[in-house]
Write a protein that binds this ligand. Structure first.
Ligand SMILES: NC(=O)c1ccc[n+]([C@@H]2O[C@H](COP(=O)([O-])OP(=O)(O)OC[C@H]3O[C@@H](n4cnc5c(N)ncnc54)[C@H](OP(=O)(O)O)[C@@H]3O)[C@@H](O)[C@H]2O)c1
Length: 293
């Protein structure tokens, strides 16, 4: 298993990360019930296979099925030596409860996550985005905002590292990078959405994150199905499996530490470990971008 150092966290992690959204969300992509015995046992099998094949980065969130994904992770990862894996979860950046501050909301969310994950601490706690306007970014970074709560949890050892996730590539994201207060970012980057990486300028969020020493995880590496649906629209009946090529594209990026892939069966884990191990499938991105110069 290829590994890397995850930015300023200094932790060595697998370059492929086990994404937990699909395990906990009802009817994600197709009919699926995370509460069914069959789904639970398949996800448990997937997590066990991931451990067996040295995947060490695991990513979940309370928002993935109202705690369902975290509970499934806890069932298997709760019994594992905490030092042998890198467990990441998330929390909402904003309180939706009247009278409860963002600060207190984050603390409460983290406490509930730890119970579901059956752990005393997590390796990474991330603000779960979304998209941040300038005003929201200011709220996150401000007095008694979500980030101050993350910093308290880090000081208390409950979250070893802190980060944020974002679907955007906007000013708020750059504010977060430049604050110097985050250890990692999880962002959207794939063959369709390449704004974060423009090597011919060079320009983009991946460069900025790297410059600030952040650990970088890429989500939506397989375009969350958009590319595949597009191919079906323009080449109906095309049976080619594009997923491996999409994953290899993101793995080929020298600035991306971890490529997250949603997995909820042992078969998918084995498939993705084989893609990871197929180093011949990597491409030279500087050559692909050459024409822009
Ligand atoms: N804002 C945020 O923080 C945010 C947003 C999105 C994603 N994420 C993170 O990123 C992870 C990945 O999310 P995603 O949306 O990009 O999901 P994804 O990786 O596109 O996964 C979706 C589906 O791809 C299929 N799949 C996986 N490996 C495959 C392979 N080798 N060949 C063919 N199909 C394969 C699986 O379908 P089957 O069910 O058929 O096996 C899986 O359910 C999430 O789990 C989460 O951890 C975070």
């Amino acid at each position: 298993m290829e590994t890397t150092v995850f930015g300023k966290t200094g932790r060595v992690v697998s370059r492929i990360g086990f994404g937990g959204a699909v395990a906990g969300l009802k009817n994600y992509l197709h009919e699926y019930d995370p509460a069914s015995d069959e789904a639970k046992s398949r996800v448990h099998g997937a997590l066990e296979a991931a451990l067996k094949h040295s995947i060490s980065y695991f990513d979940t969130a309370p928002g993935y099925g109202n705690g369902a994904s975290e509970s499934l992770f806890g069932d298997v990862l709760g019994g594992v030596d905490p030092g042998s894996i890198f467990l990441a979860t998330k929390c909402p950046a904003f309180s939706n409860e009247g009278g409860v501050s963002d600060y207190d909301h984050v603390l409460r969310s983290a406490e509930q996550s730890l119970k579901r994950l059956r752990r005393d601490y997590v390796d990474l706690l991330q603000l779960h985005g979304g998209s941040y306007t300038d005003a929201q970014a200011e709220r996150v970074l401000g007095e008694k905002g979500a980030l101050q709560a993350l910093e308290k949890l880090k000081k208390d050892g409950v979250a070893r590292h802190i980060g944020f996730t974002t679907e955007d590539n906007n000013r708020a994201m750059y504010e977060f990078f430049r604050s110097g207060r985050f250890d990692s970012v999880q962002l959207c980057y794939n063959v369709l959405f390449q704004h974060p990486y423009e090597p011919s300028r060079p320009f983009g969020a991946l460069y900025e994150a790297e410059k600030n020493g952040l650990g970088i995880a890429a989500m939506r590496a397989t375009t969350s199905g958009t590319f595949q649906r597009w191919m079906q629209a323009v080449r109906p009946g095309d049976a080619f499996d594009y997923t491996a090529a999409l994953i290899q594209f993101v793995l080929s990026n020298p600035l991306v530490d971890v490529v997250l892939i949603g997995m909820r069966s042992k078969e998918r884990v084995l498939q993705n470990v084989a893609i990871m191990d197929d180093l011949a499938g990597r491409v030279d991105l500087s050559k692909i971008h050459e024409r822009y110069v």
